[in-house]
Design a protein. Structure first.
Length: 68
């Protein structure tokens, strides 16, 4: 089941910056924004955030499937 989608406008320069960061972390821009939001909402510790980024870099397709 796919969750409903909401479009959020971002300034082009910010979207480009975030997209570059997301790409380096092995994520798409929407996945990266959701990742950041979940970290903020759930208050995950920095070690957890670093581990998640590492997993996305090392196993991007597996992590995307799990995220779905």
């Amino acid at each position: 089941m796919v969750a409903p989608v909401t479009n959020v406008p971002l300034p082009a320069d910010l979207a480009k910056e975030l997209e570059a960061i997301a790409s380096r972390a092995g994520m798409t821009l929407p996945t990266y924004i959701a990742y950041l939001a979940r970290i903020e909402i759930r208050r995950h510790d920095p070690a957890f955030a670093a581990a998640t980024k590492h997993l996305f870099k090392k196993f991007p397709e597996s992590m995307r499937k799990l995220a779905e």
